[in-house]
Design a protein around this ligand. Structure first.
Ligand SMILES: [Zn+2]
Length: 151
């Protein structure tokens, strides 16, 4: 992990501030979990269309990121990003309690996503990112399009 760099003293992003509310505690519990509700909704739709995939796979040595859906042979990888943890511009919100820690944490998450995209793209992967708030039918359509499948 690269520590946060800045003129001010760096915030240790590995140590969370005390959870300020039940909502924050619930978010922490869900962080990084596989099989989230939006992932399952998309997987169910792909499965119904006969699309097979691998789940929660690290695509290559060059990144520690794990794709939510991966087609290794075809080098297609899908991430379904949680709106809070990945700072969705539509519905992600920036916590007011411990705001400095949170803003650095969420910015670091976004920066890591962009680095992951860069690494994978350079290695010839097609990276598809969706937000958890997106309509799972539309997400499944986009994935089928990328796979070259018609409905
Ligand atoms: Zn969102």
């Amino acid at each position: 992990m690269t520590p946060a760099v800045g003129l001010a003293s760096p915030v240790d992003l590995r140590v969370a501030p005390p959870a300020s509310s039940a909502v924050v505690r619930a978010r922490f519990r869900r962080q990084g979990r596989r099989d989230t509700v939006p992932e399952l909704a998309v997987r169910r739709r792909l499965h119904a269309r006969g699309v097979r995939y691998r789940v929660d796979v690290r695509p290559c040595r060059e990144t520690r990121a794990r794709g939510d859906l991966v087609w290794r042979q075809r080098k297609i990888i899908v991430f379904i990003d949680g709106c809070f943890w990945h700072a969705c511009p539509t519905c992600g919100h920036w916590p007011t309690a411990n705001s400095r820690w949170w803003s650095e944490k969420l910015r670091a998450n976004v920066a890591r996503d962009r680095r992951t995209d860069g690494v994978l793209t350079r290695l010839g992967w097609r990276v598809l990112r969706f937000w958890e708030h997106e309509d799972p039918d539309a997400v499944a359509d986009a994935i089928c399009g990328a796979l070259g499948r018609t409905r």
